[in-house]
Design a protein around this ligand. Structure first.
Ligand SMILES: [Zn+2]
Length: 449
């Protein structure tokens, strides 16, 4: 019997790759061992160097770092189709009854469906903005094989919010600490637990300060919805005579571990504040399009880390390819047209935001976001040998123009294959779809939405 010595776990052979400086190289091999990328190079020169337990034929495929959804809501998967075209206030009429009725089993199936959709859309990591019963979301992430940041929804203020959704500072911190102690670092580092503010209009200054203190003590990060709605700006101006980021700065809490989701309605001074504290932001183009156009060209020019997010299935589905397409058109129309700059948002920048930008938003750019030796083996394979993709003069442009979630064939996280030829190996797709339908029906009746 032949005894073979393996010096790699997985090799993807003869593929095209998205390089760390966001260019395309053809005829490459990618070698994975012990959850990390151990070699990338010309297929011919690497061909005899590695014996792997598993080999992927990468012919006609592009291998790129997995996309990172830097702002989503795994608890809102069962809201799909319910929000679009609704008049205000969606928060009070739909979101509050929906979220306040969520039970553990709803969160579990919702987050399972969410993970399933992400895997099939080319997303390998995400940041959840915080919901209820988040231990069930953590369980789903662990089972799915994805990488994720989770946190509790944290609120203690607001007349529109039922008592069941808000609690005092101590209770809020205790709940988040519980989650942190149980799940931070679980799955060999695939799950991180952060602290969060749901938004600054639903948190008192006391709670805000305590959340940042607790996160500091745990050496973890904080995220909040920021500068998303005009009423949030009014609230800050009326109560504190400051805009939202100025208000957080005045509380002395802003630092490099803060992620401001949305961050659309920013003043020049607020952008300078974000830069000065080295905080990060994430835009959700489709969700944002009804509220404001982010000042991304200015933010990038200032050197601020910007990620892209979906804002959950309630707003737009979980495809970052869809977000990238819409984002390019939005920024070009709003910022490019008035100054006649057709390249106001180049494809390269958008791909970088959805990968390395997301890694920066997770504070893990040293581990994720690019295909580089030593980084985690989180990547997706795209079938580029299709009539809507080939031939092309510039594959990077075509990635934004024409590629969609269905073109993702395989998904690898931490060196483990989560999807092969579009079959998800870690989750029972049929069961999840069936149970989600039942859960959505029950939940709609219970929440009366
Ligand atoms: Zn959100």
């Amino acid at each position: 019997m032949e005894i073979r010595e393996f010096n790699a776990d997985l090799i993807i052979k003869n593929c095209s790759i998205l390089t760390a400086d966001f260019n395309i190289l053809n005829d490459q091999n990618v070698v994975i061992k012990n959850k990390a990328i151990v070699d990338i190079g010309n297929a011919a020169s690497l061909s005899n160097m590695y014996q792997a337990r598993e080999t992927f034929d990468g012919k006609g495929k592009l291998v790129m770092p997995g996309l990172i959804d830097a702002h989503t809501h795994t608890c809102q998967q069962l809201l799909r189709g319910r929000i679009t075209d609704e008049y205000p206030m969606i928060w009070t009429r739909i979101m509050v009854p929906f979220e306040s009725t969520l039970q553990e089993k709803d969160v579990y199936i919702s987050s399972q469906l969410s993970c399933l959709e992400m895997i099939k859309s080319g997303t390998t990591a995400f940041i959840d903005a915080g919901g209820r019963h988040m231990h069930k979301a953590a369980e789903s992430v662990l089972e799915s094989g994805l990488r994720g940041v989770i946190t509790c929804s944290t609120m203690d203020y607001g007349k529109d919010i039922p008592d069941t959704m808000k609690s005092g500072a101590e209770e809020n911190i205790r709940r988040n600490l519980d989650l942190y102690n149980h799940f931070h670092g679980a799955g060999d580092g695939r799950v991180d637990v952060w602290f969060s503010l749901r938004s600054i209009i639903t948190c008192t200054p006391d709670l805000i300060q305590k959340v940042f203190e607790a996160a500091n003590e745990c050496s973890t990060s904080v995220q909040s919805h920021m500068n998303e709605y005009t009423n949030e700006i009014s609230y800050c101006l009326e109560n504190f005579k400051m805009r939202p980021f100025e208000y957080l700065e005045s509380l002395g809490v802003l630092d490099q571990n803060f992620l401001g989701a949305h961050s659309i309605l920013l003043s020049e001074n607020e952008m300078d504040i974000i830069k000065a504290h080295n905080s990060k932001v994430v835009h959700c183009p489709i969700s944002n399009s009804g509220k404001g156009i982010p000042k991304t060209p200015s933010l990038l020019q200032k050197g601020i880390g910007v990620g892209l997010g979906t804002d959950g299935a309630g707003h737009s589905g979980l495809s970052l390819f869809d977000q990238m397409k819409v984002f390019k058109s939005l920024v070009r129309a709003f910022w490019g047209v008035p100054i006649f700059d057709p390249a106001a948002m180049p494809s390269k920048n958008i791909i970088e935001m959805a990968t390395l930008g997301g890694a920066k938003a997770m504070f893990k750019e040293h581990q994720l976001g690019t295909l580089e030796v030593g980084k985690k083996a989180d990547m997706v394979l795209i079938n580029i040998d299709q009539p809507h993709i080939q031939p092309t003069h510039h594959l990077l442009n075509t990635l934004i123009e024409s590629v969609n979630s269905n073109d993702i064939t395989d998904c690898i996280v931490d060196g483990k294959i989560l999807m092969k030829n579009r079959e998800v190996l870690t989750m029972d797709e049929e069961k999840i779809k069936y149970e989600s339908k039942l859960a959505m029906k029950e939940l709609s009746i219970r929440a009366n939405i």
